[in-house]
Structures are given as C-alpha cells and as structure tokens.
Write a protein that binds this ligand. Structure first.
Ligand code: ATP
Length: 938
C-alpha cells in the first residue's frame, strides 16, 4: 500500500465503534479475537456463507469510507501553482521587478511580471500533468481482494472492502483488511510488515479470550491488513478497514517518508546545484564587468539576475519527473504497469531478462493432447477447455477403466473450474490454474464431472500445490474409507510409489521423455485407498499407485520468437526459468529461438530428465543446488534455460548476474518469487496469474503476462532515457550559449549584448515549448539495435558535457561575430544579436532530435509538436522584431532585408555544425561495426 500518505482520519471503523476509548471486555468488536467467530460476524451483520449483499456493501463503503491508508491527497492545484514562485531565483527576480518600480521603469516591471507568471504557468501545467499521470498509475496498480458477496466469490479492488465483508485468503494473497478468521486450513501468514517477525505465523479460528490487547502477534485467529499469506487457505470476516486497522494505526504513528526521488532525479538535482553555483559566480562576473564598463549598476543588476534565471536549469528535476511519469503512462498503454517511477529509468539499461516459461513465454492455454496409462497411450481430440472430445483409439475394457481412474484422480485433485460459454458456440473459459482446468476438460471428455465426483467422494483434506514439492494431494471420503488423489511431476511422485511398480515407472519415464521432447508439459497422476484419514497427512501420500501421465500442450506465445530476437538485437540476454521438465523446457526454448533446435536422434533430448548433460546452456535446479556460489558465478553466463528450479533459486540467479554487473529483470507470480522480484533491478509480476504478494514486490506488473510486453517496456524505457538526454543536452547547450555571450562580450570590448527582458524571453523560448516537445520525440529506429547503456552511466556521459560547452561556445561565437560586425556597419545590432541567439536555439532543438541520425532522415512529421513549437516560436520572434506594439517592450527595431538574411544565415550554423558532428559519428561507427551489430554482453 505504498504511495499513500500515512497521516489522516480513520476511514473504516466497524458499524459500531470499536470502543477504543473505553474497551469493554464483553464487546465482540472491541476484542474480536476473544469471541467466537460467529458472534463477531453476527455483530457485524455478516452472513459467513453468502457474505454481504452488494447494496449493503456499497452503503457501508459510503459510510466508512474507502479501505485505504489515507492517500496523500493530490496537491491542490493552487498550491502547485504558487509552488512555482517559491524558487529562489524567481524570488530574486520579483525583487528585481520591485527595484524597477522604485526606478519608475513600469514597462520593465510589467514585462518581468508577465514573464514570471508565464514561466509559472508552464511549470504548473507540466507538474499538474505529471501528478495526474502518477495518480492514474496508482489507480491502475491498486491491489485486489477476493470477497464473497451475494453468495458469489469475486475479486474486487482492496480499497472497496468494507467491515462485515467475508474475505477469502490463499497463498500469495495480501490480507486486505483486519479479519477475524472463520476458517484456517494450514493457513500461514507472514506478518513481518506489522510485527517484524519474518517466520510466518500459523493461524487458527478458536477464540483467544486470554490474549491481551497489546499482543498483536498472539491474536492468532486474526489476519491483519498488509500481511502476506504464504501457505494454505482461509476465510475471515472484516472487522476493521483503512486507518482503523492495526496497520493504519501504526502508519498514523510513523512519519510519512518523503516521496522517493529516482537516481536520475538525484543526479540531476546535484548537477543543477553545481550549475547554479557556477551560474551565480558568472552572473557576479557579468555584473562586475558591466559596471566596470560604465553601465548603470541597477541595469546591470537586472541583467545579471535575468541571466541567473535563464542560466540555472532549475526545472531539470521536474522535467525528468514529467518525462518519467508520462513515459510510465505510455508503458501502461502498452500493458506494462510501472509501480515505481525509477523503474522507467532502469528499464532502459536492462541487460538480462529472466522470464518464467509457463504463461509468460507460452500462452498458458493448456490442453491435454496425450494420455499414457500402463494399459496404453491415447491421443485426445478437442480444443480449448470445452469438455468434449474423443480419445483415439477409443479405450475399451481394462484400458477404459485405467483411463477413467486416471482422469478421475485429475478431476478430484483440482481447484479449478470450467465456465461454459456465454454465447452459443463460444469458447469455454476457466477459473483457477489452467493446468488443472485442462484436467477437468479431459475428465469431461470421459463423462466425468467434478461436482458429481465430489458428491460421491467429498474432499475432506488437502495438501496444496507447492512449487518446491511439485505435487498436490487431496483426501476424499468414500464408502470404504479414504481415497487419496495425487498429481505432480513424475520424479516428485516416483519416490513415494508402492513397491513392485519398477517396470511401470520405467515405462512411464520413457513416455514422459518422449512427450517432453515434443514440448508437452507432463503431469503424473497417482492414488491410494486408506481405511481412515492418517494422523499426519503426508503419511497418506506414500505407497501410491501410479495411474499414468497426461501431456499438456502449452504452445509458445505468438509474439515470443520476435521478442526474443528483439532482445538479442538490443544486446539483452533473454533467459528462461521454469519449474518444468528440462526436456520440455528445451523443446519450447528451441521453438522460440532461445536455443538451437535439437537435431533428430540427439541423445541430449532423451537423457531421461537431465537434459542438461553435456549441454552448458541448460541447467537443472538440482545441479544449481549442488554448485557453490563461486562455481555458479563461472557458469551463469552460459546458461540460457533453467529447468526444474524452485522459486527460491531465482534469487541466486539474480545475484549471480548482478555480480557480473548485469542489470536484471526477473518475472514471477507466486509468493515464493517475491525475494527474487525485490532483488532484481526490475521485478516483473504477472497481472493475470500473479499473486498480490508478487505484485507488491514488483517494480512493474504485466497486464497481459506476456514476455513481449517486457521487451516493449524496455524499448519505451530506452526512448524515455534518450529523450531526457535530448532535453538535458538542449538545455545545457543553450544555457551555456547565453552565459558565454554575456561573459565574453565585455571581455572582447563589446557592449552588453542583451537586455534583461531579452534574456528572460530567450529563457522562456529555451525552457518552453521546443524543450517540452523534445520530450515526446518518438523512439529512434535503432533504439533496439544498440547495446544497453552501461550501468551507472552519467546522464552527461558519452560526450554530452563537451557537446554542451563546445556548441554553446560556437553559438556564442556566431552571436558575438554578428554583434561586432553589426556595430561596425552601424546596423541594428541589438535586435540582430537577440534574434540570432533565439533562432540558433531553435536550430539546436532540431539538431538534438537524434544523437546520431541526421535530422533530415527523421522527417518533420515524426515529431509534430516540435515542428509546431519551432514554427510558432519563429513566428513570435519575428513578431517581436516587426510589430510596432512589441518593439518598445522588447527593445527591438525592425530589421532590414540584409540584416534579416544575415541573422537567418547565422542562425543555421549550430544546426549545421551538429549535423556534421553526427555524420562524423556515423562514419566512425560504420568503421568500427561494419555490420551495424551492437556489442554482445556476457
Ligand atoms: P514456470 O516457472 O515457467 O511458470 P511452471 O509453471 O511449469 O513453470 P510450476 O508451476 O512451479 O512451474 O510447476 C512445476 C512443476 O510442478 C510442473 O512441471 C508440474 O510437474 C508440477 N505442477 C504444476 N502445476 C501443478 C499442479 N497444479 N498440481 C500438481 N503439480 C503441478
């Protein structure tokens, strides 16, 4: 729930106040843990089965307010606006305006004030847009909660949960509000966020009347807002929301921490400070030189202050925020939701993308296409989750019985459900895990429905799926005792098979390898019959009878091969990490171009599980587990596919790559993925299949779970970084030009070249529209064909500093040459200087559109705002020169044709020079990389 202000009013107290002021031991709402859950629920007017009805929930939401730690209210617009005028330099300028009043120079006063206000308006519009973009992003990534309303289970935004709601919890959920638990099945919750205790607390439902108010950790029948479910399942009734929760109360106590600045903003703000110091010194110098030349001190004071205002890039950090926030909005349009602003910046420098296979590189639309039983192998027809289709060949006799036992176990050991089409002939959909839904569809094809099965054999216990154990078991009551249905990876089940099945197991292994080599995801099914429920559940999972295997097709996403190729071209290493079988992983990797295809008959494809043998590009979790960190650090650069890994191992992969200086993006969906997501430079959570815990740990959430979306976000990140560099380059060059002009003129014996008002105007042109328009420059065509920028590269790196000083000096040189010759010719030198410097800047805006490519190759249409800004500014500048009404204000005079021609010609020099510089760079690059390929990183 980051991003919310911590101060504020309690927003969601239970229907009756929790009587914090006068706790009465008998009040179930004051001490819900001390009373039986039904009593608490009754007090809250909650039906534990059907939940609240929607109308009541809506009424309570209005009454108690949203379930939020009161959000740091958006800064009111008027404060944003006034904030624009608190900048120290603006204050000095206002003081200068006051001085002009004293001098009786009302014209100057009015113009200065107008310019200050205009500056403020531009700054305000920029910041307002950035704030709005950030608020929209926060709404997009707000967490969800599962509640029961009107008897139906549904996911709602956690902010809309109200007291009395019945909330369902399962591994990976973040508890949305304070709950009194009604049901807890092996429920474990990590309460570190609240208590600092990192070992998950085991939860119960019994009343705990003896537990004291103060002992949060001992209220084991409660689940607290903001804590994370790590295991099991539960159900609870909401007793407090928002600021009334335990988290809300703590949040109210600790100080709100300042909105974090991104590393780039930090660096730019430091840069801005040093530049300000330099600029101030220079302005002092200009003032001194002017006065020494005999100018009036008050005029020189105004000039120096205006120069300071113009030269200090006070807007830099704000502009970067805007670029990042607007960039985040564009990423959202491409289905990548950024949760933390710095991620936008980091994305551009990603060098390694570690991605889950299932659902990210593949479609996660599972269909069982093959079935193996000891009695034979069958193909299964039918598409999608429609529970209709034939087995080929049609199983008969003993084979039919074997198949039915297998599919029944698959349907029983299952938490998914199939949803019939909403229109005739439409596709079936699912809720829950696609792997499990595919098993339901398979059972349906044999006429076995889950509901009917569970009516006959009700589920009494379960051991939920755990990606570390790679298996799941359910326990069902039957007429004869207890039936245990187990499914999971074959090698996870093999050690627990009853003796005497060695032959069957060997056959199954062969079948598994053959299926996997075809890219199928393979699951084994097993069962056991017991007299009664064992004391310890896991004892019931032993001595199993292997029923057979199912082969699930999970084809690669259509966009995956292109995205993998795009990564390669961009110097980014794509890496697949999966819990699946190495042979399956290899086959899928080959299909999307991560690995070369295995030639037919290659023994590597059939080594019975350890596909990694002899192939350094595949590593299994087991092998990784054996390697010490140092040895793994040696190998990590070779491995492209990790198979049969556990989520915990992702952390080692991240750290090993980071140890080599890589900038790592890592995907994840489960609760165990959270540490790796946090450790990665960019943690990427799945928006559809991801748990709330994974989303909270992530920097970015993929709305469509698609690998290609990560690559699109990287491209967007690179573009934004390029645009920030463009902006900085433009700003520094033009500011340095202004400073050079003002310092060098007196040193060269020339009069002070610009009036204060003209300086302020040029500053407005510089910081104004053209600069803003540079922020929306489209991605350069080669943005994904060059290597990532090195980690920690300064924004001023790659010659930007030098460029700013040298090109600034060139612009100043041209301006001063115009000044000197115009004075000698007796022309309108002041207007010529003013116009030349302003137009030179427009030329520079055009030239910096690309660091390498010629501006002519970009076309004026590809950045229409910039074209419009340049044309508009040019027109206004000519207006300042030729409109009699404006002339006295800006101290201009109409230029003659020769004067104008000279000014226009001089104004193109910077543009031409920068184009020549770029052409030189292109020539140099072609010499170094004749094929235009970026360097590979390892
Ligand atoms: P990825 O890490 O790419 O998402 P994955 O989805 O295959 O890969 P897991 O979900 O951790 O990884 O699954 C690992 C293995 O656990 C699977 O190969 C399968 O053998 C087994 N498995 C997966 N889902 C289930 C399930 N619902 N019940 C039982 N076993 C399962």
């Amino acid at each position: 729930m980051g991003g919310f202000a911590l101060e504020g009013r309690p927003s969601g107290t239970p229907p009756r106040p929790p009587a914090e002021s006068a706790p009465s031991p008998g009040d179930p709402l004051a001490r819900p843990w001390a009373h039986p859950a039904p009593t608490v629920a009754a007090e809250l007017g909650a039906d534990l089965e059907a939940g609240l009805d929607e109308d009541e929930a809506a009424a309570r939401l209005t009454r108690f307010g949203p379930n939020e730690l009161v959000e740091r209210g958006r800064t009111p617009a008027w404060r944003l606006f006034l904030g624009q005028f608190t900048n120290a330099m603006i204050v000095v300028l206002l003081a200068a305006a006051a001085i002009t009043v004293l001098l009786g120079d009302t014209k100057d006063t009015v113009v200065i004030l107008a310019i200050v206000v205009l500056n403020g308006v531009i700054g305000f519009v920029q910041e307002y847009r950035a704030e709005a973009a950030m608020a929209a992003l926060r709404r997009l990534t707000s967490p969800l909660a599962t509640v029961v309303r009107n008897g139906i289970q549904r996911a709602v935004p956690a902010g809309t949960v109200v007291p009395g709601d019945v909330v369902l919890l399962e591994a990976g959920a973040v508890v949305p509000a304070d709950l009194r638990l009604v049901e807890a099945r092996a429920l474990r919750i990590n309460e570190a966020a609240l208590t600092g205790e990192s070992i998950p607390a085991e939860k119960t439902t019994e009343p705990l009347p003896e537990v004291d108010e103060a002992l949060l950790a001992e209220r084991r029948n409660m689940a607290f807002a903001g804590t994370a479910v790590t295991y099991g399942r539960g159900r609870g009734v909401v007793v407090a929301t928002g600021m009334a929760t335990a988290l809300g109360r703590i949040a109210g106590l600790v100080a709100a921490h300042a909105a974090g600045r991104t590393p780039l903003q930090e660096r730019l703000s430091t840069l801005g400070k040093s530049l300000a110091a330099i600029a101030l010194a220079v302005c002092g110098l200009v003032f001194g030189l002017g006065v020494a030349r005999g100018e009036r001190p008050e005029v020189m004071f105004l000039t120096a202050v205006s120069l300071a205002v113009a030269a200090i890039p006070e807007g830099l950090p704000a502009v970067v925020t805007i670029a990042l926030a607007l960039g985040a909005r564009r990423m959202a349009a491409r289905r990548a939701l950024v949760r933390r602003l710095p991620a936008v910046e980091t994305l551009g420098s990603v060098t390694v993308i570690c991605s889950d296979k299932t659902g990210t590189l593949t479609t996660n639309e599972m269909v069982v296409e093959r079935v193996w039983t000891p009695a034979g192998t069958f193909s299964v027809e039918g598409a999608g989750y429609r529970p209709e289709g034939r087995f080929v060949p049609e199983p008969t006799g003993g084979a039919a019985e074997a198949v039915d036992r297998l599919v029944a176990a698959g349907a029983a050991c299952n938490d998914a459900s199939l949803v019939p089409p909403t229109r005739p002939g439409g596709p079936w959909s699912l809720t829950g895990d696609p792997t499990e839904a595919a098993l339901l569809a398979l059972a349906g094809k044999r006429g076995i429905g889950r509901e009917a099965l569970l009516r006959q054999r009700p589920r009494i216990e379960e051991i939920t799926f755990d990606p570390d154990r790679r298996r799941m078991a359910t326990f069902h009551r039957t007429d004869l005792g207890v039936w245990v249905a187990v499914k999971g990876a074959l090698e996870a089940i093999a050690p627990d098979l009853a003796p005497g099945q060695e032959g069957i197991l060997a056959d199954a292994r062969r079948a598994e390898t053959a299926f996997a080599a075809d890219g199928y995801r393979v699951l084994a099914l097993a069962e056991r019959h017991l007299d009664r429920l064992p004391d310890r559940l896991d004892e019931g999972e032993r001595c199993l009878a292997l029923l057979g295997l199912v082969a699930l097709a999970d084809p690669p996403r259509p966009a995956a091969p292109a995205a993998v190729a795009a990564c390669r071209g961009a110097g980014i290493r794509p890496i697949m990490i999966t819990g699946d079988h190495p042979v399956t992983a290899r086959a899928i990797a080959a299909r999307i171009g991560l690995l070369d295809p295995v030639p037919d008959g290659d023994p590597r494809g059939g080594s019975g599980g350890e596909g990694a043998d002899g192939d350094r590009s595949i590593m299994t979790g087991e092998e990784l587990g054996r390697l010490p960190d140092a040895a793994f650090a040696e190998r990590v650069g070779d491995v492209v596919v990790y198979a049969r890994t556990s989520p915990e191992q992702k952390l080692r992969i991240v750290t090993a790559w980071q140890g080599r200086g890589a900038v790592v993006a890592m995907t994840g969906d489960g609760v165990n993925d959270a540490p790796a997501l946090r450790a990665a430079d960019i943690g990427v959570a799945m928006g559809i299949t991801g748990t709330e815990v994974a989303k909270e740990a992530a920097d970015m959430v993929l709305a469509d779970d698609d690998f290609a979306t990560i690559v699109a976000a990287v491209e967007e990140g690179r573009r934004i970084y390029d645009n920030i560099r463009r902006f900085v380059r433009y700003l520094l060059t033009t500011n340095s030009a202004e400073i050079w002009v003002m310092v060098l003129a007196p040193l060269l014996g020339l009069p002070i070249p610009l009036f204060a008002i003209q300086i302020l105007w040029i500053n407005l042109v510089t910081d104004g529209l053209p600069a803003l328009a540079l922020g929306v420059e489209p991605a350069e065509p080669d943005v994904m064909r060059r290597p990532p920028r090195p980690r920690g590269e300064s924004i001023l790196g790659r010659g930007l500093w030098r460029h700013a000083l040298v090109v600034g000096l060139l612009m100043a040189g041209v301006t001063l040459a115009i000044q000197a010759s115009a004075i000698a010719q007796g022309w309108h030198w002041q207007t010529m200087v003013f116009t030349t410097l302003a137009l030179l800047q427009l030329g520079q805006a055009l030239a910096v559109r690309s660091e390498r490519a010629s501006t002519f190759s970009l076309g004026w249409r590809s950045n229409l705002p910039l074209t419009a800004a340049i044309v508009g500014t040019l027109a206004v500048q000519l207006g300042l020169v030729y409109l009699p009404a404006l002339q006295p204000i800006f101290e201009t005079e109409a230029l003659g044709p020769i004067e104008l021609a000279l000014v226009l010609a001089a104004s193109t020099t910077a543009f031409v020079a920068v184009e020549i510089e770029k052409a030189y760079f292109r020539w140099q690059a072609r010499r170094q990389h004749p094929l235009g390929r970026p360097e590979r990183i390892d």
